[in-house]
Unconditional design. Structure first.
Lengths: 484, 484
C-alpha cells in the first residue's frame, strides 16, 4: 500500500471530472482522477449521452426518418432495423470517445487511478480495485461520480423484458411494443426514438404534465408529433405494479415472439401491455457510496452532494460538480461546472450565467432552448412579444424534407432585447447557439432583421422570426418601416 | 394597351426582387413585380440555388455519403442513382418554393405582371408577354433581373453532352465521367457533388488557384477531399477547343453507352476526355436586355448595372440589386440588397456591413466563412492568432460519422476580438452564424471559453477552438489560467 499526494483528486471521469482535472492540470497542478478502468468517461460515455445520442443518429439514418416527406410515410432504409445494426455504430463511437478521453487526460499529465474511491478523512481517500488498495492524499477534492438509475423494488427488473436505461443494449431484439415509465428528459428521448423505429410506445408519467421547464408550445408540438406516429401518452397515471406474463398465459394483447408480455397495472385500474418495459423514473446519485461522513459531509436522501454557486461543499477544499449535484444534469453543463470548480480552487474564476444555459433535448424531433419560456415570463409579469418561423417556410426546410420545425423568439417589446429562444426541429441543438450569443452579447431583434444569413439554411429561421416579431410591433405602431 | 402607375416597379422576381418588393409593400407602397410567368423566383428558383442545393441534399442522402465512415467506403444507399431519383426531389422542392414566393407576394398586395420589361423612358416600362403588351409608369424602379450563363462560341453546347449549368436537368442519364470547365463557386459545387455520386471528374480552370476569397487552409482541405474521391484538378490550364466524338471514332477513353465522348483540348497540349462536359465559366448579366439607354443608363460589358453603396444607379430613382450588380451574387446577399434598396427609396435605411457578410459554398463537404482570411490579415499586416477544432475531436462529429470537418477562429491576440471564422464540414453554413453574431456584437474569444454549448453538438467546435486559441496565448504568457 503506497501513499500518493495530489493538489487535486477528482472522483469520477465523466464530463465534470474530465474538465475539472484538465483545467487544474493546465494551471500546473498535480492531478489524479479516480475511476474504474471499465468506467472511464462515466455514465455519459457508457450508458448515457454518448450511446443514446449515437443510437439516435443511427435510428434517424437507418429508418430514413428525415426523408419520409419525400419518399412517403412508409419509406424505411432498412425494413427491419436490428439491435446489431444499432449496436454497431454505438460501439464504434464509444470506443473512439474513450480513446479521446484517455488521450486528453494523458496529454495534460493527469494520473488515472483505477478503482473506487472512499473518503477516509477530509484529505484522505482510499481506492480499491481488483489489483489492491491504495491511499491518496488530496489538498483538494472534486466529487464528480454521477448517478445510477433509481431502482424501485416494485419493478421486477430482469434485464431482458423489464429494463432500466442502462440495459437497453442488453436487449437481444427490438420489441414491437414497449411501455416507458417516466416522462423525464431521458424517458421522452427514448420513447421518441423507439417511436421512430416503429415501435408501439405507451409513455406513463405520474405527473399531469411533462418537461415542465420547456416552453408549452414546444412540448405540445413534440406530443403531437409523437402521437402522430402512434405513441400513447398516459400522464397523471401511477404504476402500482408490473408483472411479466410468460407465453402460456393467454393469446390476446401485445406479446413477444415467445408469447410473453409485460403488464403494468395503473392506480386508475388500467392495464397496460407491452413486449417490454423501460423504467426511467429518476436517478440515484452516487454520494451514498463515498464514505462522505469521513470528510465531514453528508449526501441528501437521493445521494446528492449539496454545493454553493461556486460548486463548493460545506468543507472548503471539497467541491462537487456534474449529475451528483442535481439539476440540470446535462453533460454540457457538467463540463462547465467541473472547469469552474477547478478555477475556483486554484485561480479564481467567473461564475456561470444560468440565464444563458442552453438546454438540448434529443427527442425526435429535437428540442433546444435558452432563456425564459412564455410561462416563466407570464408568471413573472414580464410583458413580451414573440416572432416565429416554421421550417416549412424555409427553402432549406423543404430541401431536407423537414415536416416539423419551428423557431420562436421571445423579446421585450420596448427594448427589443431577446428574452428566450425556443426551437423544435432538425439542428435545434446547434441553432440555439446563435440566439444564445445574441442574448449574451446584448443584441436585439434588430440584429436578426439586419443580419445576412446564408441561403438556404435553417439559421435563416432567425431572420424570418425576427421580421415576424418586429412586424407585430409595426402593426401596433404603423409607419415605422422595419421588415419584410 | 392600358397604363398602370406604381410607386415601385421591380424587374425580376428572384431573391433581390422579392425582398425589395415586399419591403416596399410593407411600407404601404403600390408595387409591381415584372417577370415571365414561367420564371417566378428567378434563376435562384429555376436553375440556380434551389435546384442545385436540393440536388445536393438528394445526393448526400441517396449515396449515403455521410455514413461511409461507419458502413465502409463503398457503401451506397442506392447502388445506381438515376437522374429520375434526383429530379424527383428537385421538382418537389421547386414547386413548393414557387408557391411560397407567389403566396408571399400576394399576401403583401404586390401585383405580379407577366412578361419581359424594357425601359421606354426613365419612368416608363413596356412589358411584353404572349398575351400582349402593356405600359407601366414607375416612380421608382428596382432592377433585379439577374444573370444567365455566359456562352462561349467556341463551346459546342448541345444540351445533351456539352451543357451549361442551366441544363443539368436535361441530362437523360448520369455520365460516368465529366469534364467541368471553370472552378468558380458554381463549378466547384457541381464538381464536388458529381464526385460524391461516383463520377470521374476533371476540373479545369484557367487561373492557377481557385476560390481565392476563401481561406487557403479550407480550400486545400476541400481539394484534398475531392482528390481522395478521384477528382483531377487542372488549374492554370486553358481550354482552346471542345469537340464531341461520336461512337464510330475510336475505342479507347471515356465513352458513353453509345460510345460517344467529349474531348477538351488544352493550350498545354493535353487532351481531356469525358462522357460529358459542364461549362461553368462566368455569367452574363441581363442588363443588356432592358433598353437601359431609354432610362439614361448603360450596362457594363458583362451586362451588369453599376450602383453605389445604397444600390442606387446614376439615375436617382433607379436602383439595382442582386446578381445583376455582380459579386458576391449570392441569394442571401441579394435578398438583403433588395430590402435595403427599398428602404433607401422610401424610408431611409442602414447600409450593409460587408465585413459581416457570410459566405456559404455548398460543396461536399460544405464551406462557410465570415470575416477575414489568414491571407487578408497577412496582406494587411494585422497580427492574429488562431484557434482550431476538428470535427473528429467532437463527440457529435463521431456520431454522425464525419471524417472531415474543421472550424478555425482567427482573432486579435491583444484585444481577443474575433477577426474571422472559417468552417469546412457538415452544417458549416449554419454554424458560421454563431461566430458572425459574436463578431457583430463585439464578443471576444472569452465568449467561446465561457459559454456552455449543448453536448453533443458540432457547435461545441467553437468552445474547443476558443480554448485552443487562448491556450496558445497562455503558452506565451504562462500563469494566466484560461482553458482546458
Amino acid at each position: 500500500m503506497n501513499e500518493q499526494s495530489y493538489d487535486l483528486v477528482v472522483i469520477g471521469s465523466g464530463p465534470a471530472g474530465q474538465k475539472g482535472a484538465i483545467a487544474a492540470a493546465k494551471m500546473g497542478k498535480r492531478v489524479a482522477v479516480v475511476d474504474r478502468r471499465t468506467s472511464i468517461g462515466g455514465v455519459c460515455l457508457h450508458t448515457g449521452t454518448i450511446p443514446s445520442k449515437t443510437l439516435r443518429e443511427a435510428i434517424l439514418y437507418l429508418t430514413g426518418f428525415q426523408q419520409r416527406s419525400f419518399y412517403g410515410r412508409d419509406y424505411a432504409l432498412k425494413d427491419k432495423v436490428s439491435v446489431a445494426d444499432l449496436a454497431f455504430r454505438v460501439q464504434t463511437v464509444m470506443a473512439r470517445e474513450e480513446e479521446v478521453v484517455r488521450a486528453q487526460l494523458k496529454r495534460n499529465g493527469v494520473t488515472l487511478v483505477d478503482g473506487t474511491a472512499r473518503f477516509t478523512g477530509p484529505h484522505a481517500l482510499q481506492v480499491e480495485s481488483p489489483e489492491g488498495r491504495q491511499s491518496l492524499e488530496a489538498a483538494n477534492v472534486l466529487i464528480a461520480c454521477g448517478t445510477r438509475p433509481a431502482r424501485d423494488p416494485k419493478i421486477p427488473f430482469d434485464g431482458a423484458r423489464v429494463i432500466d436505461t442502462d440495459q437497453f443494449n442488453q436487449l437481444k431484439e427490438l420489441p414491437r411494443s414497449m411501455i416507458v415509465v417516466g416522462a423525464g428528459v431521458i424517458g421522452v428521448e427514448y420513447a421518441s426514438m423507439f417511436t421512430a423505429l416503429g415501435m408501439q410506445i405507451t409513455l406513463i408519467e405520474q405527473r399531469p404534465t411533462m418537461l415542465d421547464f420547456v416552453d408549452r408550445e414546444i412540448v405540445e408540438t413534440l406530443t403531437y408529433c409523437m402521437r402522430q406516429r402512434g405513441t400513447v401518452f398516459r400522464l397523471g397515471e401511477k404504476v402500482v405494479s408490473v408483472r411479466v406474463e410468460d407465453g402460456a398465459r393467454g393469446v390476446d394483447g401485445a406479446r413477444g415472439v415467445d408469447g410473453a408480455r409485460v403488464v403494468a397495472m395503473l392506480e386508475s385500474g388500467k392495464e397496460i401491455h407491452g413486449e417490454a418495459l423501460l423504467y426511467s423514473v429518476g436517478r440515484q446519485a452516487n454520494g451514498d457510496q463515498l464514505g462522505l461522513e469521513a470528510a465531514g459531509l453528508k449526501p441528501d436522501e437521493r445521494g446528492r452532494v449539496v454545493v454553493d454557486e461556486h460548486f463548493r461543499t460545506t468543507v472548503p477544499h471539497i467541491y462537487a460538480a456534474g449529475d451528483i449535484i442535481g439539476f440540470p444534469a446535462l453533460a454540457s453543463t457538467s463540463m462547465e461546472q467541473g472547469r469552474l470548480a477547478a478555477h475556483q480552487m486554484f485561480g479564481g474564476g467567473a461564475a456561470m450565467r444560468p440565464e444563458l444555459l442552453p438546454y438540448g433535448i434529443y427527442t425526435i424531433p429535437e428540442i433546444s432552448m435558452v432563456g425564459k419560456t412564455e410561462q416563466e415570463l407570464t408568471a413573472a409579469r414580464t410583458p413580451y412579444e414573440f416572432g416565429i418561423a416554421r421550417y416549412d417556410e424555409l427553402a432549406k426546410g423543404q430541401m431536407i424534407g423537414s415536416e416539423v420545425g419551428m423557431l420562436k423568439i421571445l423579446f421585450d417589446p420596448s427594448s427589443l432585447r431577446v428574452l428566450g429562444v425556443h426551437i423544435i426541429g432538425e439542428q435545434a441543438t446547434e441553432l440555439v447557439h446563435i440566439g444564445q450569443a445574441v442574448m449574451a452579447l446584448g443584441g436585439t431583434m434588430e440584429y436578426f432583421r439586419d443580419t445576412v444569413f446564408n441561403y438556404p439554411t435553417l439559421a435563416e429561421a432567425y431572420k424570418v422570426a425576427g421580421l415576424n416579431g418586429l412586424n407585430k410591433l409595426d402593426a401596433a405602431q404603423p409607419n415605422l418601416p422595419t421588415g419584410s
